[in-house]
Structures are given as structure tokens and as C-alpha cells.
Design a protein. Structure first.
Length: 306
């Protein structure tokens, strides 16, 4: 009997592993996404075993999902994080539907929690200039300077920066080939100035043999990690701004806001940033309504007549 229970348990755990393999190899999701999926499903498994006294997630129903939401809320988990876990569960049960393990998803009528996202305030162009002229020279580190300038001048995500391959840096064409979410590739142009800085950094790289494929290498010869990138941005910008959030994502936000404010076409910015839809890019156009008015006055036929 104990053997049968153990065998049953293993079979149910394998269903989660099958889903993660599907997400990794068929959907081609990033390692970061797979890690998040695994953590979310482990959290749900532990809750399910504790409350239902069962290992069989396939018997989950709407009541279980709702109780899980309440449980997470009582743990002071943010609504954003709860929605992410619900998204993971939705993908998991959709997979089970696809392979015929279940006939109805327990999340079929479960909606994401509504919340007002905290406004992402970009760094100003003056703050960026102050950092470049006054802070970077005082705290000079070629690696840290290149991290900040690459994030700001390209709008790439911190994970994309850390995962940038050496072979995907094209100095001749002044381009970076970025592997984004869902392993989608896009080409991002770089300025002459940034190209020069990247070449300078490239000449200083001393990677360990196992890390030669990565462009960004730390002083120990290892691939750059996201924690280091975050701490670099946070420590440098703490000197020039009192804004609450000082992260690589805010640099990405600043890139989009500044190039749009200076007349870049929103469709081009969408491609550079790797957004799936124009709606994601349009968020940044709300940052400066005065700039939009100027664009209207300069470009719209009726405005010109007036």
C-alpha cells in the first residue's frame, strides 16, 4: 500500500515536471520564467497537500483556487505576485487540458485581482546627464559604466543584458542581437559612443573558459548576474535622485520616455523594446503630455492650418 501511495505521488509530481519541460522546450520560455513557474507550482502543491490531504492536483477545483488566493492574501503577498501565481496555474491547467488529463480548468472563471499599479517614474534627462558627468567619473568602473549606458541607450531588460552573447555584439554594424521573452530575437541599434565603450570593455574581458560565450563578464571571469546589475544601478542613482525606485527597469522606462519625447516613432520603439503589442509601448507616451501637444502642433494638418 505504501508503495502504491509513493508511486502515485511520483506520478503526480512528474506531471508538473512534464509541464515545465513543455514550457522550456516547446514554448521556449526563459530559464528565469521556468524558475518562477516551478516556485509558484511548489507553493500551490504545498497548500494543496496541507488543505486537501492529497497529492492529486488534477482534482483541483474553483474552491481550492479561491482558498489559495485567500491564503496568499493572508500572507501579505502583493496582488501583483498573486496574479503571477494565478497566471502560472492557468498555464499549468491549460497544459493538462491540452494533453487530456483534465476536462475543465479550475481557473476557467477565476479572474485576476484588480489593482492600481504603482507609477513608474523615469529618471529625468538632467539626472542622466548629472550621473554621466559627475558620478561616473568619481566612482569610475568601466564595467558599471557600460552596464548603465547599455541599459539606458538600448532599453533592454537586465536579464537580456546578463544573457547577451559575445557573438551577438556586432561592432561593425553597431547592433546587438537580443534574445528576449519567449526566446524571441530582435536587433537593437547602438550609438557610436556606446559601440566604442563596448569595444573598450570587450578588450578587458578575461572570462573563465566556461563563461566565454557571454559578453558581460565580471572581474572573476564569470557571467554577470542580475543582482549585481540591480545593485550597480541602485547605488549610482542614489547619488543623483531622490526617486523611490532606482532599478534597471526604471532605466528601461527612461529610455522609452526620452526617445519618444524626442520624436521617435512609437512603432520603432516597440520593436527596439521587444514589446508584443503597441499597448505596452503606449504606456510611455503618457509621461509627457506637453511633448505630445508639440508633436500634434507640428505634425497634424489642422494644427498647421491654425
Amino acid at each position: 500500500m505504501l508503495y502504491l501511495e509513493s508511486d502515485f505521488f511520483v506520478s503526480k509530481i512528474k506531471m508538473v515536471e512534464k509541464f515545465l519541460e513543455y514550457a522550456a522546450f516547446e514554448k521556449r520560455y526563459s530559464p528565469h520564467t521556468i524558475t518562477s513557474y516551478r516556485k509558484d507550482l511548489e507553493d500551490f502543491q504545498q497548500f494543496y497537500i496541507h488543505t486537501e490531504a492529497s497529492y492529486d492536483l488534477l482534482n483541483s477545483n474553483k474552491k481550492v483556487i479561491r482558498n489559495f488566493i485567500v491564503h496568499l492574501s493572508e500572507q501579505n503577498i502583493s496582488k501583483r505576485s498573486i496574479n503571477r501565481k494565478l497566471s502560472t496555474l492557468r498555464s499549468f491547467f491549460t497544459f493538462l487540458l491540452k494533453i487530456g488529463e483534465i476536462s475543465v480548468s479550475p481557473l476557467e472563471t477565476i479572474s485576476s485581482l484588480k489593482f492600481y499599479a504603482e507609477k513608474q517614474i523615469p529618471f529625468s534627462e538632467d539626472e542622466m546627464d548629472d550621473l554621466k558627468k559627475n558620478v561616473i567619473p568619481q566612482k569610475y568602473s568601466l564595467l558599471k559604466e557600460v552596464i548603465i549606458e547599455t541599459l539606458y541607450q538600448t532599453g533592454i531588460r537586465k536579464a537580456e543584458l546578463c544573457n547577451l552573447l559575445l557573438d551577438n555584439v556586432d561592432f561593425a554594424e553597431k547592433e546587438l542581437k537580443i534574445i528576449g521573452k519567449g526566446n524571441k530575437e530582435r536587433v537593437v541599434p547602438i550609438s557610436e559612443e556606446l559601440c566604442s565603450k563596448l569595444m573598450q570593455f570587450s578588450d578587458t574581458r578575461k572570462p573563465l573558459k566556461s563563461n566565454e560565450m557571454w559578453f558581460f563578464i565580471n572581474q572573476k571571469g564569470k557571467k554577470l548576474n542580475e543582482k549585481f546589475v540591480y545593485s550597480t544601478v541602485n547605488s549610482y542613482f542614489s547619488i543623483v535622485t531622490s526617486k523611490k525606485k532606482k532599478s534597471p527597469h526604471i532605466l528601461r522606462h527612461s529610455f522609452a520616455t526620452h526617445v519618444l519625447n524626442n520624436g521617435a516613432e512609437i512603432s520603432k520603439v516597440k520593436k527596439i523594446m521587444g514589446h508584443a503589442s503597441l499597448a505596452s509601448t503606449q504606456v510611455y507616451t503618457n509621461a509627457d503630455i506637453e511633448q505630445l501637444k508639440k508633436v500634434f502642433d507640428a505634425a497634424h494638418p489642422r494644427a498647421k492650418k491654425e
